[in-house]
Design a protein around this ligand. Structure first.
Ligand code: CMP
Length: 133
């Protein structure tokens, strides 16, 4: 079933000039880039985007990191996009992510873990509305 999902390529990947190589992985897999923009989170937009984590001890670190520099936001479309994109990005803790996944190949951090992807259709709708409206 064709679906859409949102990815955010995070400030660490932007600063390391990994945008092109990460986007090409999704194109090579067969996903269509439906929307693409570079974006700078304000603190308020970052708090809205990550509101599910607002009671977590790492929330302020997460908000501060995601708003620290440019990100690239992208809506991808294709069969089972939500699940497959999550598989492609790998475990949240990059140092545990499998080689061959994006975090496994490019990351070592948790907060600075290269990329975010929506984990459900509900999250996709909420998260994409923060950035693309
Ligand atoms: P992301 O996929 O963007 O979704 C929520 C983010 O919270 C996650 O990636 C990590 O960057 C961050 N995160 C999750 N767990 C921790 C943690 N224990 N400490 C710091 N940041 C975390």
């Amino acid at each position: 079933m064709s679906e859409q999902t949102l990815i955010i390529i995070k400030p660490d990947a932007f600063e390391r000039k990994l945008i092109g190589i990460i986007l090409s992985r999704f194109e090579n897999k067969g996903f269509l880039i439906k929307e693409l923009k570079s974006y700078i989170f304000t603190k308020e937009k970052a708090e809205e985007f990550y509101s599910d984590h607002k009671n977590k001890p790492f929330f302020s670190e997460l908000v501060s990191f995601i708003s620290s520099s440019t990100v690239v936001a992208c809506i991808l479309e294709g069969d089972n996009a939500i699940n497959i994109v999550r598989q492609m990005i790998g475990s949240t803790r990059s140092f545990e992510a499998q080689p061959g996944t994006i975090r496994g190949d490019y990351g070592l951090g948790i907060t600075n873990n290269i990329i975010h992807a929506s984990d459900s259709n509900e999250s996709y709708i909420k998260e994409s509305n923060v950035i693309f409206t």
